[in-house]
Write a protein that binds this ligand. Structure first.
Ligand SMILES: N[C@@H](CCC(=O)N[C@@H](CS)C(=O)NCC(=O)O)C(=O)O
Length: 189
């Protein structure tokens, strides 16, 4: 989604089948020893893992449109909320999905259903916090679309797997923001 927002062409996309364990092979571990996707292969042959690090690299290489902050101060505030969403919202959603969804049994072994369900409750608190953000502003970090909207949108979409929908929880601001973001062409790649 970040690449699409930037309009960057020419980055070849290689699918890695996690359910088939392709990321656990020696070949993939040579790219990222932690066996996690995504990984960006650079022109000089190095490999860059971690979504946010990849985004930082692309932001530096393709500054427009700016998605991570135009100056140090704005960067810090965008990073603050992006990390809050990643740790408190996405983190809880991920734990809930991985520990309760049968399709994730192979990736998360052993699964601890109670832990997953507890995280499912915690993610609701984070979703309520995010909903309140939109009482004052159109986007997660303020008046314009940034990386924090991408993190938040991907988190809320991932939460469909645990049947979480903002509108079912009375989170109307969050639902309206989700609809605003899903209307962007980057959400359809
Ligand atoms: N913090 C990392 C998380 C990477 C991650 O956990 N990726 C998942 C897919 S979204 C994965 O590779 N899972 C493989 C596994 O659980 O074995 C990032 O932002 O890139």
């Amino acid at each position: 989604m970040f690449i699409a927002e930037k309009g960057i062409a020419g980055i070849e996309r290689v699918s890695v089948d996690l359910t088939a364990g392709e990321h656990l092979t020696e070949r993939f571990r040579a790219l990222n020893p932690l066996a996690r996707i995504p990984v960006l292969e650079l022109d000089d042959g190095r490999y860059l893992a971690e979504s946010r690090a990849i985004c930082s690299f692309l932001e530096a290489r393709y500054p427009d449109p700016n998605l991570m902050g135009a100056n140090g101060e704005e960067r810090a505030f965008i990073e603050m909320i992006d990390r809050q969403i990643e740790f408190h919202l996405l983190g809880s959603i991920t734990a809930c999905v991985r520990h309760t969804h049968p399709a994730f049994a192979a990736l998360e072994s052993p699964q601890f259903a109670d832990h997953g369900l507890a995280q499912g409750q915690k993610m609701k608190k984070a979703a309520q916090w995010l909903d309140r953000q939109f009482e004052e502003q159109q986007y997660v970090a303020g008046p314009r679309f940034t990386i924090a909207d991408i993190t938040g949108y991907c988190a809320i979409e991932f939460a469909r797997l645990i049947k979480f929908r903002p509108e079912d929880e009375g989170l109307s601001h969050l639902a309206a923001w989700r609809d605003r973001v899903s209307g962007r062409s980057s959400a359809r790649v």
